[in-house]
Design a protein around this ligand. Structure first.
Ligand SMILES: NC(=O)c1ccc[n+]([C@@H]2O[C@H](COP(=O)([O-])OP(=O)(O)OC[C@H]3O[C@@H](n4cnc5c(N)ncnc54)[C@H](OP(=O)(O)O)[C@@H]3O)[C@@H](O)[C@H]2O)c1
Length: 148
């Protein structure tokens, strides 16, 4: 973990998200339009990736704080923890390890996370605000530590 790695995680995951959220909140003005922010976080522990973990922990608190600050403007803010998700980074070995640790017997797929985003953007989710929602097949509850 170098200074550069810490700063890069904070710059992209934390500062970048905050600036995007601010720009979004400044621009959305139509009160009849659904206004939703969905943040991607992750789950602890992140052995070997503490800078990443720090930035994702910050995003959780940003979710809670932004939900209270932007709620009066009609903007909901929620976060998703997608668990280990095969977006291209997993080797077959890592994917097998993730599947083994997951009660539902497989790693997440991008469509799993997309379905939750879609729900959070829907009218049915209009009253959900300031939540961190895990969609990981039970990976976290079954022990949580990440395959690497
Ligand atoms: N996959 C998992 O197992 C997993 C688990 C927990 C949480 N997450 C979280 O879910 C989110 C998506 O993960 P993923 O696996 O889909 O990641 P990914 O495949 O690496 O995609 C990351 C996305 O971020 C963009 N990006 C990267 N650096 C950027 C920068 N400096 N400025 C602007 N955009 C940048 C990339 O853009 P380009 O396509 O242009 O490069 C890409 O669209 C991330 O926040 C990740 O932390 C993922």
């Amino acid at each position: 973990m170098t200074l550069e790695v810490i700063d890069r995680h904070m710059a992209i995951n934390v500062r970048g998200s905050l600036l995007l959220m601010r720009a979004f909140a400044e621009r959305v003005s139509d009160p009849s339009a659904p206004r939703r922010i969905v943040i991607f976080t992750s789950g602890p522990p992140q052995n070997g990736a503490i800078a990443y973990a720090a930035s994702k922990g910050a995003l959780e608190w940003i979710t809670y704080s932004a939900a209270t600050e932007l709620g009066p403007r009609g903007v909901t803010v929620n976060a998703i923890n997608p668990g280990p998700n095969q977006t291209g980074w997993m080797t077959p070995k890592i994917e097998q390890a993730a599947a083994k640790r997951t009660p539902l017997g497989r790693a997440g797929r991008p469509t799993d996370a997309a379905a939750l985003v879609s729900f959070l953007l829907s009218e049915d989710a209009a009253f959900i605000n300031g939540q961190v929602i895990t969609s990981d097949g039970g990976h976290r509850i079954a022990g949580g530590s990440w395959p690497r």
